[in-house]
Design a protein around this ligand. Structure first.
Ligand code: GMT
Length: 376
């Protein structure tokens, strides 16, 4: 197959879309494609030097007449510049706003041979599309892209419904690299977090209101009444202080550990017995997939694309948004039935490996690129 030259733009800081974009770039580079990240800072998952990967920093000119530094224009201009200089075949941008709009502007500057592939991750549709000042622009970005992908059927449905989009949208689920996400040997580390008879529950997020992190505390409080357990919180964000207060109110300080932002989440996930993801909205739920790949079932809300990832009673349990009673009851049931737990753990490992594995999804994106470029 022909090696391609691909520009990737994403939000490079913490967050599922940045993780997916960066991991995809790394996998494409391993397959021999030349990958150029064009972002405002180095994607946090890029890590060490990789052959075939290049990084181009978008610098924003904060000229004194500008009330707001024009990041979007700087990005569009950098995309065009890199596309010309490196003779890129396509730009794969993550998020319609602003990245797809910037890529389309770059395409106008460079020529129509430069193709634009846009991946929708959620917030660009579920939040921004409801804003009338942006919805026409999002619709334009989607309709003008040479191809569009979304991370779940539910997000495709919502995009069609909210924006009246009729063009085809390809489904490309989130994925995990099986060489990174697998059950790690953590016996010694586990001893530092919990006694052998205690269960470990974990929640990982950016603590935005949409994650309903307070529900995590409510669920844990109910579980811990009957089962010796600990809770690990990984990540930081706007709701953190409220969560700290609630943990204190319940007198659970000794039982709850706040790990802050962490890089090696596979290690932490391998410590855990259960993941909690009670989100209000979730176009896919990458953290639940990462947990699944480490053999950890998830108790989640049935929001958005989560049911496409977690099969109720097979790889976890789903309940209505906010139904902490039901979620706690599922958690208690699973944590006290070892046979059922082991069955679910095996199902998790199998599903992560065969349905959401890196090889499969990377190939899907590659096929899409060749299709857009009309190359074999
Ligand atoms: O969940 C977040 O707040 C981060 C957000 C992002 O933009 O990085 O995640 C979104 O994209 C991920 C990767 O496709 C999905 O797995 C998450 O479900 C999605 N988050 C929401 O829909 C809230």
């Amino acid at each position: 197959m022909e090696r391609l030259k691909i520009g990737i733009t994403c939000y490079p800081t913490l967050g599922g879309s940045g993780v997916v974009a960066t991991e995809l770039g790394k996998l494409l580079a391993e397959k021999g494609h030349q990958v150029h990240f064009i972002t405002h800072s180095m994607p946090f998952r890029l890590g060490k030097f990789h052959k075939n990967i290049f990084y181009h920093e978008v610098e924003v000119n904060d000229y004194y007449v500008f009330k707001y530094p024009p990041y979007d224009l700087s990005l569009a201009s950098k995309l065009a510049q890199v596309a010309k200089q490196e003779e890129l075949d396509l730009l794969h941008v993550h998020y319609a706003i602003p990245h797809a709009v910037c890529a389309l502007l770059a395409k106008q500057m460079v020529g129509s041979h430069l193709k634009v592939v846009t991946t929708l991750h959620g917030t660009d549709i579920t939040v921004l599309a409801e804003d009338e000042s942006l919805s026409d622009l999002i619709r334009y970005a989607i309709n003008q892209s040479d191809a569009v992908t979304a991370v779940s059927q539910d997000l495709i449905r919502e995009t069609r419904q909210l924006l009246g989009i009729e063009k085809p949208i390809d489904l490309a689920y989130n994925f995990v690299d099986k060489r990174v996400y697998y059950p790690r040997e953590v016996t010694a580390l586990r001893k530092e977090f919990a006694h052998p008879d205690e269960k470990i529950l974990i929640h990982i997020s950016n603590f935005r209101p949409v994650k309903r992190v307070m529900d995590v505390v409510d669920i844990f409080e109910r579980v811990h009444r009957d089962i010796p357990a600990r809770l690990l919180f990984v990540g930081e964000g706007p709701e953190l202080s409220k969560v700290l207060c609630k943990v204190k109110e319940f007198g659970l300080q000794e039982r709850v550990t706040f790990c802050g932002k962490q890089d090696d989440v596979a290690q932490l996930l391998s410590l855990a017995d259960l993941m909690l993801l009670p989100s209000e909205k979730e176009s896919f739920g990458l953290v639940a997939l990462e947990a699944m790949a480490c053999g950890v079932p998830t108790i989640a809300s049935n929001a958005g694309g989560i049911p496409e990832l977690i099969t109720h009673e097979e790889t976890g349990y789903l309940a209505d948004i906010g139904d902490v009673e039901q979620m706690a009851s599922y958690a208690r049931m699973l944590l006290t039935n070892n046979e059922m737990y082991q069955r679910m753990r095996e199902a998790c490992l199998y599903r992560a490996r065969y349905t959401f594995c890196n090889d499969l999804i990377t190939r899907q994106y590659e096929e899409l690129y060749y299709r857009v470029l009309e190359r074999p």
